[in-house]
Design a protein around this ligand. Structure first.
Ligand SMILES: [Zn+2]
Ligand SMILES: [Zn+2]
Ligand SMILES: [Zn+2]
Ligand SMILES: [Zn+2]
Length: 354
C-alpha cells in the first residue's frame, strides 16, 4: 500500500526581543525591522531597485530570514530580505507592487566573514557591516550614494531620507562646530527591530474530517460562529437554520476558518517556513496561477509566508494606517542558482481577504 502523502514540516517564526548586537550581519540573524543586516556586504541593491513600484519612494526594510542551503557550497550562508512601501496609498489588495524580495548567499570561505562561527560573548559595535564597504544611508541602512553637500559627513539613499534626517536633527548637527558622533535617531520610517526565532510546528492533523458526522461538523461550525462574536442569539437557531447558514458559507469563508484554526494552535506565530512545501492560504481565491520562473530559467518554489499577526509588532499606526496583508508568500529559485555575492530578486505573492 502506498504511504500516505506526508505534509512537509513547518518551522514557525516568533518575534523576540534580544541583544541588538546579535542582530548585526556578523551573527547571520533572522529578524524584523531596524536596518537590514546585509549578508553580502557589497553589491547591495541599488536605490532604484528598492524604490516602490507605485510611488517611487524608498521602501522600508521589513524582515530577513537566514536559511542556509545546507548541501550547496556557495550557499553556506543564505538570507532572504523583504522590503515594503509603507504608504497606505500603495497598499492594494492582492498586488505585490509595494514589495521587494532579494536573496543573498555566500560560501563558508568568503571575503567578508571569518569561517569560524561568531563569538556571541564578545562586545559588539566594532562588528563588520556594509558600512565598511559602501556608503550607507543613515536613515534606512541601504546604499547611500548621496552625501550631505554641507558637511560631507552623512550619506543618504536620496532626497526623501535626506529631508527626513534634516528635519529630525541633522539641521542642527550639520553646521555645529563640535561634531557629534552620528546620533542614533529613531527614524519613523523604520519598523521596531526584533529577532525572529523558529520552532518546528507540532501539529498532528487529526485526519478525521472525512469521518465526521454531519452533527459533529455542524457543532464545529456553530462553535466557530460563536468564536467570531458575530453570532448573537445563535443558541436559539434551529438545526435547519444553521444548516442553511453553513451551506451558504463561501469557499473563501471556509478557507479563512481553516486558516484560523491551524494558527490557533500557536497564536503567536508570525511566519511559517516550509521550503518546497505549500503555503497556508487565507482565502481560496485568488491564488497565483503562474509564479514567474527565476532568471536562470528554473522554477521558483514556495519558501515561507508572513502572517497577518506580524503587523501587530510593526507599530504600523506610526508608519501608515493601512499597511496590511492576508498572507505574504515568498517564492525562491528551486535550484538556488549561483549568484556570487549579488542580491538576486525573488518573488512575493500577497493574498488578502476580500
Ligand atoms: Zn509606495
Ligand atoms: Zn535611505
Ligand atoms: Zn550635513
Ligand atoms: Zn535561479
Amino acid at each position: 500500500m502506498a504511504a500516505p502523502l506526508m505534509e512537509k514540516d513547518v518551522e514557525l517564526g516568533f518575534v523576540e526581543e534580544t541583544d541588538k548586537k546579535l542582530l548585526t550581519s556578523r551573527y547571520f540573524p533572522s529578524k524584523i525591522g531596524g536596518h537590514p543586516a546585509w549578508l553580502s556586504l557589497d553589491s547591495l541593491p541599488t536605490t532604484d531597485s528598492l524604490a516602490c513600484r507605485i510611488c517611487k519612494k524608498p521602501t522600508s526594510f521589513l524582515l530577513q530570514v537566514y536559511s542556509p542551503g545546507a548541501e550547496q557550497v556557495e550557499a553556506f550562508h543564505r538570507t532572504i530580505f523583504v522590503f515594503v512601501c509603507t504608504d497606505p496609498a500603495c497598499n492594494k489588495s492582492n498586488t505585490n507592487d509595494n514589495f521587494h524580495v532579494f536573496r543573498s548567499q555566500l560560501p563558508k570561505v568568503n571575503k567578508f566573514y571569518s569561517a569560524e562561527p561568531p563569538d556571541e560573548t564578545l562586545p559588539g559595535k566594532d562588528e563588520i557591516n556594509a558600512a565598511s564597504f559602501n556608503k550607507i544611508c543613515i536613515v534606512c541602512g541601504c546604499l547611500g550614494p548621496k552625501t550631505c553637500s554641507k558637511c560631507q559627513s552623512v550619506s543618504y539613499c536620496g532626497k526623501d531620507h535626506q529631508t527626513i534626517d534634516w528635519k529630525l536633527g541633522h539641521k542642527k548637527s550639520c553646521t555645529s562646530k563640535v561634531k557629534q558622533e552620528q546620533e542614533e535617531r529613531l527614524y519613523p520610517s523604520l519598523f521596531p527591530e526584533m529577532e525572529l526565532v523558529t520552532e518546528t510546528e507540532n501539529y498532528k492533523p487529526c485526519d478525521k474530517t472525512a469521518d465526521k458526522s454531519e452533527e459533529e461538523k455542524m457543532k464545529e461550525y456553530k462553535e466557530y460562529l460563536c468564536s467570531q462574536n458575530s453570532a448573537e442569539g445563535l443558541k436559539d437557531l434551529s438545526e435547519t437554520e444553521l444548516q442553511k447558514m453553513a451551506s451558504e458559507e463561501s469557499e473563501n469563508d471556509k478557507q479563512l476558518r481553516k486558516f484560523k484554526k491551524r494558527l490557533s494552535h500557536e497564536p503567536d506565530q508570525v511566519l511559517r517556513y516550509s521550503k518546497g512545501g505549500e503555503p497556508l492560504w487565507i482565502a481560496c481565491t485568488p491564488k497565483p496561477d503562474n509564479i514567474p520562473d527565476c532568471d536562470c530559467g528554473s522554477k521558483r518554489q514556495f519558501e515561507f509566508q508572513v502572517l497577518p499577526h506580524m503587523l501587530s509588532y510593526l507599530d504600523v499606526d506610526k508608519v501608515g494606517e493601512s499597511l496590511d496583508w492576508g498572507v505574504l508568500c515568498i517564492y525562491t529559485c528551486s535550484k538556488n542558482c549561483s549568484i556570487e555575492n549579488t542580491y538576486h530578486r525573488e518573488y512575493i505573492y500577497k493574498q488578502d481577504v476580500i
